[in-house]
Design a protein around this ligand. Structure first.
Ligand code: OAD
Length: 272
């Protein structure tokens, strides 16, 4: 049950900004980013995400990097949106332009649940899309037909598949449409400036299922704290966002899962 002070916060007029991370998809069966499933074996060596998810690795071993992403894409495609994703779709339906979602998840589950691309900033990309490695395309393109969607872990990419994973315009190798560790956020691919603007305009920030390990999400948290707006944090574990709430005493840390809290929060939000 939500107490009266929480209900009061949720009735704040203005833009409600939601920020989600891997935890919101955990109850759909997608391992969180730093879970055991994250590593990838090449020969006898285990690569960690911080090594595989890089432009440098793609330059050195594009087939291995593609195999890792195609495997992860299969996991995402095999998952279904859960109650928290569905509640967030309802929040957009009811909130209209008072709703904005910034997600670090590349699994596309928010969009599959019904959130729109207009009001969902996928700041780390979407695993179901690829783009030209020479950046010649105006926008990412969907993965080509014929690429296996149920990728077995460890299965290598064939030459035929690598041929399909090319830019449809210039023929250069295509790359997964995700932000890599040795790259920077930008507006064209990742809505960087738009996400910052949202943090400057929001009247409430609700952070769900993220460790706060990447720079833009923490920046969003810091901007809202500096502006003195309240923050609600949903997570089974304390994290840097809940520490911000504790320090500022503005908002609340709601310890628990996305599935426990998000539907309740959305049910309490006012309509447009
Ligand atoms: P992490 O794997 O770092 O963290 C997942 C968070 O979800 C943790 O804080 C968990 O406590 C929490 N969690 C687990 N189960 C949950 C549940 N059922 N409900 C709510 N929360 C739950 O994932 P992210 O924080 O999303 O970036 O990682 C952020 C970014 O780090 C990723 O997008 C990725 C990585 O670097 C890039 O690849 C650029």
């Amino acid at each position: 049950m939500l107490d009266d002070s929480l209900k009061q916060i949720l009735r704040t007029p203005g833009l409600i900004l939601w920020l989600t991370g891997a935890g919101v998809s955990a109850e759909s069966g997608i391992p969180t980013f730093r879970g055991k499933e994250g590593y990838w074996q090449v020969g006898s060596r285990n690569y960690q995400p911080e090594e595989m998810a890089t432009w440098a690795a793609f330059q050195e071993m594009p087939d291995e990097v593609w195999a890792w992403y195609l495997y992860r894409r299969g996991v995402c495609r095999g998952a279904e949106p859960n109650v928290a994703h569905r509640a967030l779709a309802k929040a957009e339906e009811r909130g209209g332009d008072r709703f904005l979602l910034v997600t670090q998840n590349v699994d596309g589950l928010h969009l599959r649940a019904g959130n729109t691309l207009d009001r969902t900033y996928q700041i780390h990309g979407n695993i179901d899309f690829m783009r030209c490695s020479n950046e010649c395309l105006p926008a990412p393109v969907p993965m080509p037909q014929g690429i296996d969607v149920a990728w077995e872990k460890g299965r290598p990419v064939t030459d035929c598949e690598l041929q399909a994973l090319r830019c449809p315009s210039c023929g250069a190798p295509a790359r997964p449409h995700v932000l890599w560790f040795d790259e920077s956020y930008d507006e064209a691919n990742f809505r960087f400036e738009s996400a910052i603007d949202a943090a400057k305009q929001a009247t409430l920030l609700i952070v769900v299922g993220t460790t706060g390990a990447t720079s833009l999400p923490m920046h969003i948290g810091t901007i809202t704290v500096q502006r003195g707006i309240p923050m609600l944090v949903v997570n089974p574990e304390p994290n840097p966002f809940s520490a911000l709430v504790a320090r500022t005493r503005s908002g609340a840390f709601l310890q628990g899962t996305a599935g426990q809290w998000v539907p309740q929060l959305v049910a309490t939000l006012p309509g447009r």
